[in-house]
Write a protein that binds this ligand. Structure first.
Ligand SMILES: Cc1cc2nc3c(=O)[nH]c(=O)nc-3n(C[C@H](O)[C@H](O)[C@H](O)COP(=O)(O)O)c2cc1C
Length: 357
């Protein structure tokens, strides 16, 4: 690991760990045909209207949401497990691919971001081989892996030219993921929706930047363009935004869930391992509606974790996940309108700080 004194400054463009990343399926190669030394983060950014990766969310993310996100210029994603039964995944991938191709044809000048599929690497995920085979066949541009080491996934994805980002909550996991060969890291910090870490983004990004200068996406309570710029200022390349996209028309979430996001603020979020065996953030009113006291939940153990086809959806279906950013969600919007608003906020924040366009 680099010493603290050698840590790179976030104020200059970093030399990337891998200067010639594998081409991303789609048209990344076409974007900078003459520039072989463009970093992976820059290649991705060149296809985006805003440096945002819309986070994969269990049950919530679906093809309509992903298509709206990508055609608005932010990377859209969904967990493979959301396509149920497993045979649906093929259909979902084909739907997304053809919608993005049609949009590209109709709007050749538009920024259309690539999409990503999230794979949970855990012994209870009995669909992993099937789902990964399909992603390889479809050459999904980006795979986001969660939990265990993604080494096997990395090789298969690199073989067809895709990229792998792995989500981590601490430095040890970040180092292990890099040893496994991932291209980018998602730093899941305090206040993130769903399974979340406990570290401040100011602490974790700067520690990780001391040994990794490749793409970093920062996750945790980012809900608008101000937060996106803040993530970049700390040293991340992308903001990783989950909860804000639940309050969109396209999201597959009960209308009462969306309304609860609008009505809630940070004090309405409880951080507990009770529902899945891993610490996560949930809306207290949904816990109370299930007949439990959100402020006095018993402790659960890790053996409860189950991400396979037999996993009961109760934790996410009835107990609603959300990050601490909920206090900044005031209405349910179409995803395109949300991204457009985030772009406006981002540009305004840049001007406010004297950064220009
Ligand atoms: C309802 C919900 C479901 C989630 N499901 C997943 C998932 O299946 N896989 C995953 O990697 N992350 C999942 N996450 C975490 C998000 O990918 C992301 O890290 C988080 O939402 C970012 O924080 P934010 O919600 O404060 O924006 C989920 C988050 C929420 C709110």
């Amino acid at each position: 690991m680099r010493s603290k004194a050698e840590a790179p400054s976030h104020c200059r463009r970093l030399t990337v760990r891998r200067l010639t990343p594998p081409p991303i399926a789609g048209n990344v190669q076409d974007v900078h045909p003459e520039e072989i030394e463009v970093s992976l983060a820059e290649k991705l950014r060149s296809q985006m209207s805003l440096p945002v990766i819309a986070a994969p969310m269990f049950i919530v993310s679906n093809p309509d949401l992903v298509i709206a996100q990508c055609t608005s210029g932010v990377i859209g994603s969904f967990p493979a497990l959301n396509a149920r039964p497993a045979e649906k995944l093929d259909e979902w991938l084909a739907t997304i691919e053809s919608a993005l191709a049609a949009h590209r044809k109709a709007h050749p000048e538009a920024k259309i971001a690539p999409f990503a599929v999230n794979q949970i690497i855990h012994q209870s995920n009995d669909r992993l081989d099937h789902d990964l085979d399909l992603c390889v066949r479809h050459q999904v541009p980006m795979i986001i892996t969660s939990l265990r080491s993604p080494a096997d996934v990395v090789k298969r994805v690199h073989d067809y030219g895709g990229v792998v980002f792995h989500d981590v909550i601490n430095v040890r996991h970040a180092q292990k993921a890099l040893e496994a060969g991932v291209d980018g890291l998602v730093l899941v910090c305090a206040g993130a929706g769903g399974h979340a870490g406990t570290f401040s983004p100011f602490a974790l990004v700067r520690e990780v930047r001391q040994f990794f200068d490749g793409p970093i996406a920062l996750s945790g309570a980012i809900t608008d363009g101000n937060g996106v710029l803040a993530a970049e200022a700390i040293g991340a390349d992308f903001a990783y935004v989950g909860t804000r996209f639940i309050a969109t028309l396209e999201a597959n979430a009960d209308s009462r869930y969306k309304q609860m996001l609008v009505d809630s603020s940070a004090t309405d979020i409880v951080y507990t391992p009770y529902f899945t065996g891993v610490h996560g953030n949930y809306l207290k009113p949904s816990v109370a509606a299930a007949g439990l006291d959100p402020d006095n939940l018993p402790v659960a153990d890790k053996s409860k974790m189950n991400f396979g086809s037999a996993a009961g959806p109760k934790a996410w279906k009835d107990i609603w996940g959300a990050g601490q950013g909920v206090g900044n969600i005031h209405e349910v919007l179409p995803a395109r309108a949300l991204v457009a608003r985030m772009c406006t906020e981002y540009e305004a924040a840049r001007r406010r700080l004297g950064l220009g366009r």
